[in-house]
Design a protein around this ligand. Structure first.
Ligand SMILES: [Zn+2]
Length: 447
């Protein structure tokens, strides 16, 4: 090739390169513009939400009039009063007719106990007639009814086949709508017989002896449980006997196992002796526990052990004794238990024991999760104190006091609108729920 041609050719190549470069930058600009536009709907789907309330009880001791709560994603950004600036483009939700309270915490449920009330079926036998894998799907009804009571968090104390873990995870993934769940897998139950020599695995939560108890408690945590639940006495449904099952040593083994991996433990005892040993073994909460002696109550106050009396649970059984097919005479025994349960709660309240609201809801009791608060007022609490058992106390029990149980900046946006003054009348919290937000999403619309 002659040198002059070479020169012309390189000039042509230079021009081509320049054109390509211009084309490339033009395409890049177009692409950037297109992706910016493509992001519009996404950005529009999650603006800041501004909630306006006539009154707001923040759960941390403050009451606001004409409050504005700003929500960013699943958290509370700020709590202030009307007149302070609402960011441009915020989605404003007008709830000025209502009073805001923190999302409530039910410290004792069995969310996976589902019954569809089909004629000729009983709540306790129906689950055995269907594929167990269908239960978490069906139990969404329990979850929905729970949200409708203003309960946005539950501690679920006992389920089969880790259905509770499945529900918790599905809810956290957004695949299912329901309260945030803290779950315990199988509740530990005293094995009727010692394990066969050489047998390694226990069935469900069955255990006997310190070593087996520790192993089964840790198995629940390894399976994904947040809590350990132990049945320290007989009693449940129409059975109100409270005979201690696990010994003090076995309870201590379960408590130590749970605490060794940073988890907490709840011990069920219908009667006083199981409760006495459970408190001294270091359980974090005591469920039911009728007829506790004064020393045990004083010890609970001293240690800060939570009491979850679940008084209303037996009221539900009395009301539904026929549906459950309870034997004649059951309601008398249940009513007597309720009376003693309330009396024990009264004494524990006077002694300064910390309470958490737990419904012990099963089957068709979902939707009545907060009726327990009425019993707490009967036991001597002010409405504010009763409300605290389902907000700040529930959060402290769960170890979530920095993100649940209050309407404060940085906390989860779990907020309930009620109609009326909950500090004057606890019935407002029980029966006048009008709107519920959980984690920044409206889960019960204004009604
Ligand atoms: Zn229970």
């Amino acid at each position: 090739m002659a040198p002059e041609y070479q020169h012309i050719e390189s000039r042509n190549t230079l021009r081509e390169c320049l054109m390509r470069l211009i084309k490339f930058y033009a395409m890049l600009l177009l692409f950037c513009l297109a992706s910016w536009v493509a992001q519009w709907p996404h950005q529009a789907a999650a603006p800041i939400k501004a909630l306006r309330f006539g009154k707001l009880i923040d759960g941390a001791g403050k009451v606001f009039t004409n409050a504005v709560v700003l929500i960013e994603n699943d958290r509370i950004r700020s709590v202030s009063v009307e007149g302070s600036s609402i960011p441009a483009g915020a989605e404003v939700i007008d709830l000025t007719r209502y009073t805001a309270i923190p999302g409530l915490i039910d410290a004792h449920t069995h969310m996976t106990y589902f019954w569809d009330q089909a004629p000729g079926t009983l709540p306790r036998s129906q689950p055995g007639t269907r594929a167990i894998s269908t239960i978490p799907f069906l139990a969404q009804e329990n979850a929905r009814k729970t949200l409708e009571t203003g309960v946005t968090t539950v501690r679920d104390l006992g389920a089969s086949e880790y259905l509770d873990i499945a529900m918790r995870d599905l809810i956290n993934q957004g695949a299912m709508i329901g309260p945030r769940m803290f779950v315990s897998g199988y509740g530990l139950q005293k094995a009727r017989a010692a394990p066969r020599p050489g047998s390694v695995f226990s069935s469900g939560g069955q255990a006997s002896g310190k070593v087996a108890v520790m192993r089964v408690a840790l198995q629940q945590i390894e399976a994904g449980a947040d809590w350990v639940k132990m049945y320290g006495s007989s009693g449940g449904f129409e059975d109100v006997t409270g005979n201690q099952t696990f010994s003090f040593e076995e309870m201590k083994a379960a408590v130590d196992a749970a605490h060794s991996v940073g988890r907490r433990i709840s011990i069920h005892s219908y009667g006083p002796s199981g409760a006495r040993d459970a408190v001294r073994a270091g359980a974090d909460s005591i469920e039911h526990a009728t007829d506790m002696d004064d020393e045990t109550i004083a010890e609970m106050a001293r240690r800060g052990t939570f009491y979850v009396p679940t008084i209303d649970h037996n009221r539900y059984y009395v009301d539904n004794a026929d549906k459950y097919g309870f034997a004649a005479g059951s309601t008398d025994r249940l009513n007597d238990y309720i009376r003693r349960n309330l009396e024990t709660a009264r004494r524990a309240y006077k002694a300064g024991v910390r309470f958490a609201m737990g419904s012990d809801a099963v089957f068709t009791m979902f939707g009545q999760n907060t009726r327990e608060l009425g019993w707490f007022v009967k036991a001597g609490m002010t409405p504010a104190e009763a409300l605290a058992t389902a907000t700040t106390n529930g959060a402290a029990l769960l170890g979530m006091e920095k993100s649940l149980g209050a309407i404060s900046p940085g906390y989860y946006a779990d907020i309930v609108a009620v109609e009326g003054d909950p500090l004057a009348d606890i019935d407002v919290v029980i029966n006048k729920i009008r709107w519920v937000m959980k984690g920044g999403a409206v889960v019960v619309s204004a009604r």
